[in-house]
Write a protein that binds this ligand. Structure first.
Ligand code: SF4
Length: 249
C-alpha cells in the first residue's frame, strides 16, 4: 500500500478509528509521541479505550528535555496513575547536554537561533530519533489550525525525516473547540497551564502565555521571528509514496 492508498484508507474515519487502524496495522511498531498537551491527552484517552484484542499496544513515548514546567510533570504523573499505560520517558544523552551547557551556558537558547536549534537538537530531536529507531509509524497530536506551518498536515504521510516511516495525525482536522469538547465530555485531565493562557506548552524557558485570539504558537520562542517549530516536525511529503505499508503487523 502506498501513501495515496493509506490516505484513502484513513479518509473520513474518526480519530478513534484512525488509532484502531494504527494499532491493528503496527501494534508496538508504532509510537505515540506525547508532550502532554491537550491534543495528546485526547489521544492518550482514546488509546486507553481501544481493546488490545491479543495484539500489542502502540507505545507511548514522551521526551523529558529536563526543562519542562512542573505542571507538565504533574500531568505526566496523573496520566500515568489514571490510565495505567506504560509511558516511556525519553531523556537526552547526558554527555551531549553537558557539552552543550559547557559551550553556551544553561540559557544559551536566548543568544541565537543557532544555539536554540542546537538545544532543541540535543534535548528533543536526537532523543526522538533514538526512540523511533525500529518503529514503522509514529502518532502525533498535530492539528492543521495550530499554525500556518501545520496547515498542510495529513492524516497519514511518509516522514522522510525519520527514514520514511508513517506519521499519523488522528486529530489533523480537529479544531481547538473539538479538543476541548472531547476533554469535557470524557473527563480528560489536561495541563493546568492551558487555563492560564498557554495553548501550546513546551519547555518552561521557551514558552509563555499568549493573549486570547493570538496565534496559538506565538508563545513558543517568542523572541524569534518566523517559524515556530523545534525540528521534531519538519514539513511532510504528503502524497509521496516512499514506504510500503505492511499488510499485517
Ligand atoms: S524548547 Fe528551549 S529548552 Fe527546550 S529544547 Fe528547545 S531550546 Fe532547549
Amino acid at each position: 500500500m502506498d501513501a495515496v492508498e493509506a490516505a484513502r484508507e484513513l479518509s473520513g474515519r474518526s480519530a478513534e478509528d484512525c488509532l484502531r487502524w494504527t494499532q491493528r496495522q503496527f501494534g508496538s511498531k508504532a509510537a505515540f509521541a506525547s508532550s502532554f498537551g491537550a491534543e495528546d491527552m485526547v489521544i492518550l484517552d482514546m488509546l486507553s479505550k481501544i481493546p488490545l484484542e491479543g495484539g500489542a499496544r502502540i507505545r507511548v513515548i514522551s521526551l523529558d528535555t529536563g526543562r519542562l514546567f512542573q505542571e507538565t510533570y504533574d500531568l505526566m504523573q496523573e496520566a500515568r496513575d489514571k490510565y495505567g499505560i506504560p509511558i516511556e520517558i525519553i531523556f537526552p544523552d547526558h554527555a551531549e547536554v553537558e557539552q552543550l551547557v559547557a559551550r553556551g551556558g544553561p540559557n544559551l537558547f536566548y543568544d541565537s537561533v543557532e544555539n536554540r536549534k542546537a538545544c532543541c537538537g540535543v534535548r528533543k530531536v536526537h532523543p526522538l530519533n533514538r526512540a523511533l529507531t525500529g518503529a514503522e509509524a509514529w502518532v502525533v497530536g498535530l492539528r492543521r489550525d495550530q499554525s500556518a506551518e501545520r496547515s498542510e498536515v495529513s492524516r497519514i504521510a511518509p516522514d522522510d525525516s525519520h527514514g520514511g516511516i508513517w506519521k499519523i495525525s488522528p486529530l489533523a482536522d480537529w479544531t481547538w473547540d473539538d479538543v476541548m469538547r472531547y476533554v469535557r465530555e470524557n473527563h480528560v485531565p489536561i495541563n493546568r497551564l492551558h487555563a492560564k493562557g498557554f495553548p501550546s506548552i513546551g519547555c518552561a524557558p521557551c514558552t509563555r502565555a499568549v493573549p486570547p485570539g493570538a496565534d496559538p504558537r506565538s508563545g513558543r520562542w517568542w523572541w524569534e521571528l518566523g517559524a515556530k517549530e523545534c525540528g521534531l516536525h519538519v514539513h511532510e511529503t504528503a502524497g509521496v509514496a516512499t514506504n510500503p505499508l505492511p499488510t499485517s503487523k
